[in-house]
Ligand binder design. Sequence first.
Ligand code: NAD
Length: 468
Amino acid sequence: MTTAPTLTASSLATARDVAAWWWRLGFGARRDALLRWSAILGRRAPEITAVMRVEGGKADADATIELTVAVEHLRWAARNAERVLRRRRVRGTWLSPEQRAELAWRPYGVVGVIGPWNFPVLTPLASIGSAVAAGNAVLFKPSEHAPMVGRLLTETATEAMRGAPLVTFVEGGPEAGAALVTSGVDKVAFTGSTATAAKILAAAAPTLTPVLTECGGKDPAIVAADADLDRAAASVLWGAMFNAGQACVGIERVYVVDEVHDEFVRLLTAKAARLTAGRDGDLGAIAVPAQLDVITHHIADALDRGARALTGGLGAIEPPYVQPTILVDVPDDALVVTEETFGPVLPILRAADLDDAVARAESGRYHLGAAVYGGRQARAAADRLTCGMVSIDSALSFAGQPSLPFGGRGASGFGRTHGEAGLREFAVARSTVTRRGRQPFELTGYERGPHALPFAETVLRKVFGGAR
Ligand code: NAD
């Protein structure tokens, strides 16, 4: 592996040069280069997933799923950037028919991407893929807990660009991230905790540097009475345990309507009891030791408040692993219901009815994703949720749809990766109007004719004032 440079003034200058070269290449050449990158990632998948397993303790399946989805997003961004961002003529107004209006999307220039440790490929690549497809160069600081995967991403990008450092690795921890934010980059794309996002926004404020924030979540699932309970139990369990629960969009609480609650608990607990966390288990490790403390604290707090562990519990903590823990009789104010646990722990909460389930799912400061299981009632319940993404009758599926934007509201952050909105997130709208001929009632300028202002007054009074 190549040694990575740390962030210096010349890193930004080089990135600016690369960004200018990259933009000049045009959409077609960029698409080809990015598809080349995705092919390299595909070919080197065994090596990349092996590093993900060693560095982050991921289960085999979790690493493979993460890389597959990430590459599919990159391919989509490569193939769709021109359609979404190319210059186009837009409709003008009858008030100034002589003006031809055009909209184009220009890259920011250099984007600083800061990544988390839990999905060291999927989350940074969501930002990086959209940013480079939109014509930017990237300075990428991966999590200090996942530097090897970060290096591989930048190394493969450079290979695809035939040596041009389109994505430059920035080494280090929080201080390197802080330096990147104030380095003069044109935009920051941050994925990580809400607390860090707040610090980054404050640091970016003096220069008005725009920031995309993809932060934490406390995603709820809702199970209606008319759900296919066995399928819902299997899906909720996977949504809660995938990546050993270390997912911003992991299901962290499930509200089940009273009439099917007990049966759902029985089905889900039986399935959970068959899973194991371990070296060759269904669930991988908790990647960061400090996270084990949070998970332990949340389980202990719930048990102290009267919850019961149907599987797992405090005995489930076997560093670096945590066995799947299913909790019932958990009060709504327990930490495991209100705060991000980020572990394989699922509280099942009894709801009086669907209205009660929706109201409680809406509680809290995070509004990232959600899942709703049910028959005819599911869609209406899903539409009442204010989060950024919802899947009906499946878990986390929105994250795998390349055309759909990904992101949240509230403490889960703002801005979007993935899809058309993701591409536009990394581009600046450029409006151009071109005068073609004379306007009959030219309003602008001091040489307007005697009929121009009366014309405007008539429009205001008769057309706008009379309009409904
Ligand atoms: P974190 O906030 O501790 O760190 C994230 C990154 O920010 C790291 O690279 C870190 O070095 C850097 N950083 C820390 N302090 C900084 C500062 N002051 N200035 C600039 N950079 C700084 O988050 P984490 O523990 O690595 O990741 C877990 C969190 O990420 C969870 O809350 C999870 O929900 C969230 N997450 C969100 C998404 C999403 O798309 N919404 C995806 C994955 C993870």
